[in-house]
Design a binder for this molecule. Structure first.
Ligand code: GEK
Length: 257
């Protein structure tokens, strides 16, 4: 028997950690990220698979790239290893989209850049190491916040959504996927327990589940789906709906008129 973790597998919380240890997007997380997110986020693959379908409907090709060609500009905010950008690149011709993939973690963007360069060398994808709160948005058709807003302090969320609304061209969309909680305590407890069952079914032990829960405390701060909708409205979005829900995870789409 060996205790060496298999490359790429999420074994981060297989040993007890200092209770105060906080989750951070460092090299250790990057190394196992695709395995972690697939086993920890219900519906992750289904949401990614829908992104190109939504973008097809809302890409207007009214923005210009540096060479003066008409493109649709898309922001992938909190891109991690670029999964959302790759889902789009797989479905669009290299000259169709100008993708700006932003993440605050240099460990993430370094790896994202390498993977994107390898698989989509022809596509116009700029990987940017930056805090999403500092992005100076250019006009765009689509913004993706796939499991990212939840990591911002609550007080900063409306300002970001407002900036996104202002940057979107008419007809543009924001796709916002988040871990959420329910206001009703009993429903919330049920959702959380079934979420842990989901993780157990995906091979996580009790120690791993509780270790991750402790590490994410005060790092990942959820809102209710209603709070999200109220905030999107305050940011200016004229219409919005929850198009996907799987246990305590939800994906919303907000439309700019
Ligand atoms: C995916 N969207 O695979 N500015 C920029 N990035 C940030 C910030 C910030 N202020 N705070 C956190 N991040 C991806 C998955 S993961 C979700 C997104 C998860 C980044 C952080 O570095 C991490 O890469 C990402 O947001 C969240 O479709 O791990 O649950």
């Amino acid at each position: 028997m060996t205790t060496t973790p298999q490359a790429g597998l999420d074994t981060l919380f297989t040993t007890p950690l200092d209770k105060a240890a906080r989750f951070s997007f460092d090299e250790q997380v990057v190394a196992c990220f695709p395995d972690m997110i697939r086993r920890s986020v219900p519906g992750y693959g289904q949401v990614l698979a829908m992104l190109p379908i939504f973008v097809r409907r809302h890409a207007k090709f009214n923005q210009q790239n540096e060479a003066g060609h008409r493109v649709s500009r898309v922001y992938d905010l909190g891109c991690s290893l670029g999964a959302a950008s790759m889902a789009l690149a797989s479905d669009f011709a290299p000259s169709d989209l100008q993708i700006r993939a932003v993440d605050i973690s240099p460990a993430m963007t370094e790896k994202a850049q390498a993977v994107l360069d390898e698989h989509f060398p022809e596509h116009d994808i700029e990987v940017i190491t930056q805090d999403v709160r500092k992005v100076e948005f250019e006009p765009c058709d689509v913004v993706i916040l796939n499991l990212t807003l939840q990591f911002l302090p609550k007080d900063d969320r409306l300002a970001l959504l407002t900036q996104i609304y202002n940057a979107l061209d008419s007809g543009g969309i924001l796709i916002l996927t988040e871990k959420t909680h329910a206001l009703d305590e009993q429903f919330d407890a049920w959702l959380i327990e079934r979420y842990y069952d989901f993780k157990r079914a995906n091979g996580y032990s009790e120690l791993e589940i509780s270790g991750k829960r402790n590490a994410l405390e005060n790092v990942l701060i959820t809102d209710t789906i209603d709070e999200h909708h109220q905030r999107l409205k305050l940011a200016g979005f004229e219409r919005q709906l929850t198009w996907f829900q799987f246990l305590n995870f939800a994906s919303m789409i907000a439309f700019k008129a």
